[in-house]
Ligand binder design. Structure first.
Ligand code: NAD
Length: 286
């Protein structure tokens, strides 16, 4: 039986979510994605018009198929949580059933169960502000979109995951080392995500027999990273200082995710796996 994967946080072909989808598809998984509601229209249109066809090519020459794209906004758990201005916003009004609980229900209705859950999303409205200047609103919004969103996804999807299943999120070393510029509470959000990976590994392991891991990825020129504003500098810093002096490709993170999701990793849970050309191991720059 082929495995089914739900990947939350795919809205173009540049980010880690897309690369993870491709690696999982290459390994034979059926791909479902969750796309942020405001980005849904352009993503689906681009997909339909063939704009991503070149990046859909898998190692065997076939094209990755996305079985279904679900609208998702991971900062809302149930319809009751959605404020009136969002509900009536024209970018949201055209879609329905996009809160976490409703998406899990739709996936259950459509496919019964899944095997792999990937959280590849983050948002911090004040990311370009130093933590010292971050507002309470900005900090809590970063935690809500980037950390609690994972708790919520697991809460709602774990019951429809087959035993032996795996879940993976994406984190960044700014959680444990000082990375000036990664502000707005995003460093705090990643610290929460990593700590939660351990607690959720225990709870979901005991209750559902599934594994929970996170990948601490090196810098990639994704849409989200470009919005932070220092991505080129981080990529240069890595190629100057990391043990492996090459640019990190999204595919390398995708492949590590496919490993973590596979039976090859059946005893690995609660871990942070660094996929960063080894940069995390350096104590000083060279
Ligand atoms: P990306 O832009 O491809 O992915 C982020 C996605 O999050 C986007 O598709 C966006 O639409 C979605 N999103 C934002 N708010 C959402 C919400 N409320 N509900 C649903 N979706 C929402 O960028 P990326 O860099 O590939 O990010 C994926 C993950 O990788 C993030 O967790 C990020 O922190 C992590 N990461 C990125 C880097 C990097 O250098 N790019 C490094 C380490 C970790």
């Amino acid at each position: 039986r082929g495995k089914k994967a739900f990947i939350a946080g795919v809205a173009d072909d540049n980010g880690y979510g897309w690369a993870i989808a491709k690696s999982l598809a290459a390994a034979g998984a059926e791909i479902l994605v969750g796309t942020w509601v405001p980005a849904l229209n352009i993503f689906e249109t681009s997909l339909r018009r063939g704009k991503f066809d070149e990046s859909r090519v898998l190692p065997d020459g076939s094209l990755m198929e996305i079985t279904k794209v679900y609208p998702l906004d991971a900062v809302y758990d149930t319809p009751e949580d959605v404020p009136e201005d969002v509900k009536t916003n024209k970018r949201y009004a055209g879609s329905s059933k996009w809160t976490v609980k409703e998406v899990a229900e739709s996936v259950k209705e459509d496919f019964g169960s899944i095997d792999i859950l990937v959280h590849s999303l983050a948002n911090g409205p004040e990311v370009s502000k130093p933590l010292l200047e971050t507002s309470r609103y900005g900090y809590l919004a970063a935690i809500s979109a980037s950390s609690y969103s994972y708790v919520s996804l697991l809460q709602h999807f774990a019951p429809i995951m087959n035993p032996g299943g795996a879940t993976i999120s994406l984190t960044y070393i700014a959680s444990e080392r000082i990375i000036p510029g990664y502000g707005g509470g995003m460093s705090s959000a990643k610290a929460a995500l990593e700590s939660d990976t351990q607690v959720l590994a225990f709870e979901a392991g005991r209750k559902h027999g599934i594994r929970v891991n996170t990948i601490s990825a090196g810098p990639l020129r994704s849409r989200a990273a470009k919005a932070i504003g220092f991505i080129d500098m981080m990529i240069d810093y890595s190629s100057e200082n990391a043990p492996l002096q090459k640019e990190l490709s999204a595919e390398e993170v995708g492949n590590a995710a496919a490993f973590l999701a596979s039976p090859l990793a059946s005893a690995i849970t609660g871990t942070v796996l660094y996929v960063d050309n080894g940069l995390n191991a350096m104590g000083v720059g060279v």
